[in-house]
Design a protein around this ligand. Structure first.
Ligand code: ATP
Ligand code: MG
Length: 682
């Protein structure tokens, strides 16, 4: 018990103890929101005595989930049955494994990742722009729009075509027994929506639900949550409207702003102290975010005391930038700082290249979180495809990937013929080859190929039998039989590829050791859910995108590319307020020192471009900026104003707040204090 409350302030303790009914913890970065829900989970299990299986804690990354689980369990005495603490997607996966049959699907489905999705769509999309098709399908799924509805809604020709591709894509997934990331949530919701008794049973099972990073939930996740807590309303969410950075993916900041309207009698707890960053860092982050208009406006006071001023680093170009940063990192490491307490962040992935080169030159080991992930490498995808086909012979998609890898002399024309025949016979490629007689196959492909294909299927069948017996032997035999390593070894970068393959088998064996009862598809699903943050470990520094850094903290932080056009990103579809929130999220990852870097020119998309320093320097109070937003302070009592969120109101008082003015405004009976720069005169 003392363990739980030892490191909590009064407000945090209050939130921990308020276990029944809806609760929102709304607070700025580093104020201990994650700490609070972790402690709350420990309190529920250890003090209140709620069985772990009656709780559900959701977050957005596996890394965050893992850390929370470890912290919560460290606080409690009994190492009981571990609570379900995972990402939304993992929850969807577990749920579908039990219930997908109610939708007429088989439960040995396999989850495909973004890259697989693109490869499937590439074939179906024809001349349509692929990124648009992919994002529109995702949007439809997240809005629960069926292909037929999408077609009915289409106002332009190309949207009719997109709806058609959507329909074919869905059919393909069902046929191959695959589900994509969006399905993990959408199908879960569909099941709960169409089966009220299942929704009730599920809600009764998860009596206490907690959500971290609530500002990044989308409408579908919100609806899912409503179903999950329909029987009790014991929902605790934590978040920060200023850290909503997934607007482009449909996240709805409204979810957090209107929580008290969505859930009756919600209690709202505010945390107003930051325990992460030194004062100068917090001052700069707060100054920046104050330039956003659509925000609630929160107090965030420093507690960690003064420290080094935030540094601005100016360089001529990206190479100089990388060298200067490497020099500083080496200096820190020389002073005894642990490398994994240092990180470099960037807004767009393309900026990592020059940085990586600089770090390599300086001999600094680094881990790139995100980017081309281990599981995205061709050799690893091939291995995974083998595993998939062995566990699910409906998976034509993976079958096509491995049918001629290593080379078996099966050309594209033969594969096309086989695929067509499989479609006509309503069979998978696997079953077509397995069940057709030699004569039937010879009618499709050359005699030599027929023998090879039959042998190939025989080997896959053999592996399937081995997998059922022992996954250890399976790991031993797979490469012996298919000789994937030898195939890659012969390539120019063979050594590295073979190392990757060995690492994959290492991971596979670890998994078997930790989950002795698990089957092959459990491993595959685990692999599909590896998120970007999962690779943060070990004794190297970290480099990652700002998006991937959410929820993390580092003693020493560098942010590169603070130039107009890069941070903020400007142009089509970009949203300056979301860019500013990205700035805020990135600055607030820093505990002790923060260095912001910009260059005069950068080589990007094939040419060198002269760049202006980011307006965020000026806005953060780091230098005068010509782009500084004009602030209107000339409000007086009685003025009518409009706020983006609260709507129209009347000023009932004006006071000074630092360099700004604070207005006391009456919004139809609700009085709120708001900085003058967040409202406009009516
Ligand atoms: P973010 O908005 O970035 O997700 P957060 O609000 O979730 O941040 P945490 O990560 O929970 O914040 O906490 C930030 C840091 O403050 C952590 O290092 C945590 O251990 C520490 N901390 C949290 N609460 C307290 C407290 N009451 N006293 C001292 N330190 C605290
Ligand atoms: Mg957090």
């Amino acid at each position: 018990m003392e363990q739980i409350f030892k490191n909590l302030n009064e407000q945090q303790a209050e939130a921990v103890k308020k276990i029944d009914g809806p609760l929102l913890i709304l607070a700025g970065a580093g104020s201990g929101k994650t700490t609070t829900i972790t402690s709350r989970l420990a309190y529920l299990l250890d003090v209140v005595g709620i069985p772990a299986s009656n709780t559900l804690t959701l977050t957005f990354t596996n890394k965050a989930a893992k850390e929370m689980r470890e912290r919560a369990l460290a606080m409690i005495d009994a190492k009981s049955y571990p609570p379900l603490l995972c990402t939304f997607h993992k929850f969807g996966l577990l749920f579908l494994k039990f219930h997908i049959h109610r939708l007429g699907r088989e439960n040995n489905f396999v989850v495909i990742d973004t890259d697989d999705k693109k490869r499937i769509l590439k074939k179906l999309a024809g001349d349509l722009p692929m990124p648009l098709v992919a994002s529109e399908i995702s949007r439809y799924k997240n809005s629960l729009i069926t292909p037929e509805e999408a077609h009915a809604q289409a106002e332009q020709k190309n949207y009719e075509q997109i709806a058609k591709v959507y329909k074919e894509y869905e059919a393909y997934l069902v046929e191959n027994n695959l589900v994509d990331f969006d399905d993990l949530i959408a199908l879960t919701y569909k099941l709960l929506d169409e089966h009220p008794e299942l929704a009730e049973e599920t809600s009764k099972r998860y009596q206490y639900i907690m959500i971290d990073e609530y500002q990044d939930t989308n409408e579908l996740q919100f609806k899912l949550l409503q179903k999950l807590c329909s029987a009790h309303n014991n929902l605790c969410v934590v978040g920060d409207d200023d850290q909503s950075i997934y607007g482009w993916r449909g996240a709805h900041v409204r979810n957090i702003l209107e929580f008290d309207q969505d859930f009756q009698d919600a209690m709202v707890v505010k945390l107003e102290h930051n325990y992460r960053s030194r004062t100068p860092i917090l001052t700069v982050a707060n100054a920046l975010i104050e330039h956003n208009r659509s925000r609630l406006g929160k107090t965030l006071l420093p507690t960690r005391g003064d420290g080094d001023a935030v540094k601005m680093l100016s360089s001529n170009d990206e190479n100089e930038e990388a060298s200067k940063i490497s020099l500083q990192i080496n200096k820190l490491i020389g002073e005894g700082v642990r490398p994994n307490e240092i990180a470099v962040l960037y807004r767009i992935n393309a900026l990592s290249r020059s940085l990586e080169e600089g770090l390599n030159r300086a001999g600094i080991p680094y881990k790139l979180v995100g980017g081309l992930r281990f599981y995205d490498r061709a050799e690893i995808k091939d291995l995974i495809s083998y595993l998939r086909v062995i566990t699910n012979h409906h998976d034509n998609f993976s079958m096509k990937r491995i049918i001629n890898k290593p080379k078996r002399g099966i050309g594209k024309a033969s594969i096309d013929k086989l695929e067509l025949a499989a479609m006509q016979q309503e069979r998978s490629l696997y079953d077509l080859i397995r069940l057709s007689s030699t004569a039937e196959l010879e009618a499709l492909v050359r005699k030599k190929n027929t023998t090879t294909l039959k042998q190939f299927i025989g080997e896959l069948e053999q592996m399937r039998a081995i997998a059922d017996e022992s996954l250890y032997s399976f790991a031993e035999r797979l490469d012996e039989i298919f000789k994937i390593k030898a195939f890659y070894e012969a390539m120019p970068d063979g050594t590295e590829r073979v190392q990757n393959i060995d690492e994959f088998f290492g991971l596979f064996r670890d998994f078997i050791k930790q989950n002795p009862e698990a089957s092959l598809d459990a491993f595959l699903n685990e692999v599909s859910l590896q998120s970007e943050q999962d690779q943060v470990e070990g004794e190297s520094i970290y480099i990652m995108s700002i998006h991937a850094s959410k929820g993390l903290e580092f003693e020493h932080l560098f942010i590169i590319g603070l130039e107009e056009g890069f941070l903020p990103l400007v142009g089509d579809g970009s949203d300056l307020e979301e860019e500013r929130r990205l700035g805020y999220v990135s600055f607030t990852r820093a505990k002790d020192t923060l260095t912001l870097s910009h260059v005069q020119s950068r080589y990007y998309k094939g040419r060198r471009t002269e760049l202006e320093k980011s307006r965020f320097f000026g806005e953060a109070g780091l230098c005068e900026s010509s782009l500084k937003i004009e602030k209107n302070t000339a409000f007086k009592k009685g003025d009518l104003v409009r706020h983006k969120i609260f709507g129209a109101g009347r000023v009932i008082g004006v006071s000074k707040a630092g360099r700004e003015f604070k207005l006391n405004i009456n919004f139809g009976g609700n009085k709120r204090e708001i900085l003058a720069s967040f409202v406009e005169r009516l």
